[in-house]
Write a protein that binds this ligand. Structure first.
Ligand SMILES: Nc1ncnc2c1ncn2[C@@H]1O[C@H](COP(=O)(O)O)[C@@H](O)[C@H]1O
Length: 206
């Protein structure tokens, strides 16, 4: 594996608290969790045990991986159970959503976004905003399961075309269709950035 000047030990995953309609979303969640575990990386996520969030966490835990769950007190009964939270090796309960997002940001070396809803969208947009403002250079990945993120990616391209993304070089999430490619690409991200053409349609920069 190539030496990386940004060591990647933990991956923050943003994704839906619901399963969505396409079974491929849950499958991608489990596969990503398994991949995070088998590559010896830690999952940082919102602590939920339902929907795709639950699939990612169980994918990590059932493959012997480490999980940090970060959840506000008021959300525990909505998105998790006290029992399931007890299975996480690291649980952080925050007073509110802002503290949760900040704690997730601080503990993550990379950000991966699976299909999800408004909460997922808000979380990854904030991370892209902070990249645009030069607050971090951590890798950002959209896992484009069955083209789920195409409308969002089109909107970002439109914003760029219309001159509203003035620091575009800082807002360059990777777009990866095959979930199995996500962790290897993050680990090798400097090479991947230089060789996106060689990766064909699987990996592209927005
Ligand atoms: N406004 C929000 N900021 C950050 N996180 C949020 C917000 N609203 C909901 N969330 C959390 O995001 C995940 C996924 O939500 P989905 O709406 O299912 O995509 C969940 O943990 C929400 O609590």
């Amino acid at each position: 594996m190539t030496e990386n000047k940004f060591p990647i030990r933990s991956v923050c995953v943003y994704c839906g608290s619901q399963p969505g309609r396409d079974p491929a979303y849950i499958e991608a969640g489990r596969a990503l969790g398994r991949s995070i575990a088998t590559h010896g990386m830690r999952l940082v996520y919102g602590g939920g045990t339902k929907g795709i969030m639950g699939a990612v966490a169980s994918g990590v835990l059932s493959n012997g991986g480490k999980v940090t769950g970060i959840i506000p007190e008021f959300l525990i009964d909505m998105e998790a159970t006290r029992h399931s939270l007890g299975q996480l090796d690291d649980l952080i309960i925050t007073p509110d959503m802002h503290a949760r997002k900040h704690a997730m940001f601080e503990r993550a070396d990379a950000f991966v976004t699976l299909p999800g809803g408004i909460g997922t969208l808000e979380e990854i947009v904030e991370i892209m905003t902070w990249a645009q403002l030069g607050r971090h250079e951590k890798p950002m990945v959209f896992v484009n399961v069955n083209g789920f993120w195409d409308p969002m990616l089109e909107l970002i391209r439109h914003m760029r075309d219309q001159g509203f993304i003035h620091t575009g070089h800082r807002v360059q999430p990777l777009v990866i269709a095959d979930v199995e490619e996500v962790v290897p690409t993050i680990l090798d991200r400097l090479d991947a950035a230089a060789n996106t053409g060689g990766a064909g349609e699987v990996i592209s920069k927005l």
